[in-house]
Ligand binder design. Sequence first.
Ligand SMILES: Cc1cc2nc3c(=O)[nH]c(=O)nc-3n(C[C@H](O)[C@H](O)[C@H](O)COP(=O)(O)OP(=O)(O)OC[C@H]3O[C@@H](n4cnc5c(N)ncnc54)[C@H](O)[C@@H]3O)c2cc1C
Length: 410
Amino acid sequence: MAWDFETDAEFQKELDWVDQFVRNEVEPLDHILGSPYDIRNPRNQKLVRPLQAEVRKHKLWACHLGPELGGPGYGQLKLALMNEIIGRSSWAPTVFGCAAPDTGNAEILALYGTAEQKARFLQPLLDGELCSTFAMTEPQAGADPKEFVCKAWQEGDEWVIDGEKWYASNARLSAFHIVMAVTNPENPPHQRLSMFVVPTDVPGINILRNVAGMNDLPDSGTHGYVRYDHVRVPLDAMLGGPGEGWRIAQTTLTSERSSIAGGMGVTPAALIAFAQRFGTGDPVVRQALMDVHIRFELLRFLRYRSQTALSQGRAPGPESSVMKLAFARYMQALTSTAISVQGAWGLLGGADVADDGMWLRRFLHSPSLRIAGGSDQVQANIMGERALGLPPEPRSDKDVPFRELARGPR
Ligand SMILES: Cc1cc2nc3c(=O)[nH]c(=O)nc-3n(C[C@H](O)[C@H](O)[C@H](O)COP(=O)(O)OP(=O)(O)OC[C@H]3O[C@@H](n4cnc5c(N)ncnc54)[C@H](O)[C@@H]3O)c2cc1C
């Protein structure tokens, strides 16, 4: 039985390099460049390509992937340690080849794509030449598969996809979408859906608008409200088998959660901001710093536990749910404190966003952490099922009345 809380010395050296590199070369990009998903923009390429080359030289590119796909295959725990540093910067995931949802989409293509799809979509994605979209959530349904209506049916040697998706992040910038559509309506809800790879240049993909989240800059909405109007793709565009879409989607949550929770890595910067504002002599300030530090260390422990479970090949279970829930609440509290201790400076936004003003964006982003990647209550339900000994996934198809109450009429 091994209980080892140390990182091996060799990997620690890599982490030290990542720390310096992100601080000196990558974090400044967050203040001068726009969306990290706008990777085909020549200005972004000029600045970002040399940094990506440096990361490859250190064999730290696409660490979520195994060697057969061009990554070092470090596994979920080392990935979590790296993400704690990478999560400090919005550009770092792109510089290190591990930005969500591209990470999950790459895993899906690697496992279920044909040789031709791998050459056309996966390779350029791994090479950082393009970005992709994962289109599952629907405007009238949210992420509830029982209510999905976007459908696909076979006509001759093609699939025809018809329906709407919402919150399809980066749809305006991406080269292909992975779309979930109902193909087997006769099945139970979690087995009705199939997954398709759809290049964005086929006729019938209409972005109705780009929805802006609270933390998006004005006029720079990043979440596509997309209408697929009888979009035609070949039969082999289906990834996996008919009715397997939901199951496949769950498998990609592993590396995505790791990258999302890496956001906790902003904590040391927050502590410095607190200390700079108030100094460290005051006992009240010391207490505040200590409280943040303790919560940070506890969260780290939860993360390592959940990532260890994943690296041992276990499906995301209660460890992952505890971590996700604790992380989302922590970030909301941390960013709120970081702003308030900085007074008016902490509230700077819009054109005035300067170094410290980044906290306002992080604060505005923090409520979405309680929703994206599985909402708080969904995590709480998973934990509760295990604690109460109720049957785990797959869920029953029974309607949950309080969910309808939470949702309200549509
Ligand atoms: C920043 C961001 C980016 C996103 N990007 C993408 C993307 O690229 N592609 C994509 O397809 N989707 C994307 N989404 C959508 C995301 O996957 C969903 O919003 C998320 O899974 C939650 O689903 P929902 O919005 O339907 O909320 P719901 O799950 O309906 O949650 C609404 C409320 O109901 C509660 N609730 C939910 N289920 C239960 C239950 N069983 N019991 C009790 N209470 C419950 C929740 O806690 C919450 O309070 C994104 C969302 C955000 C915020």
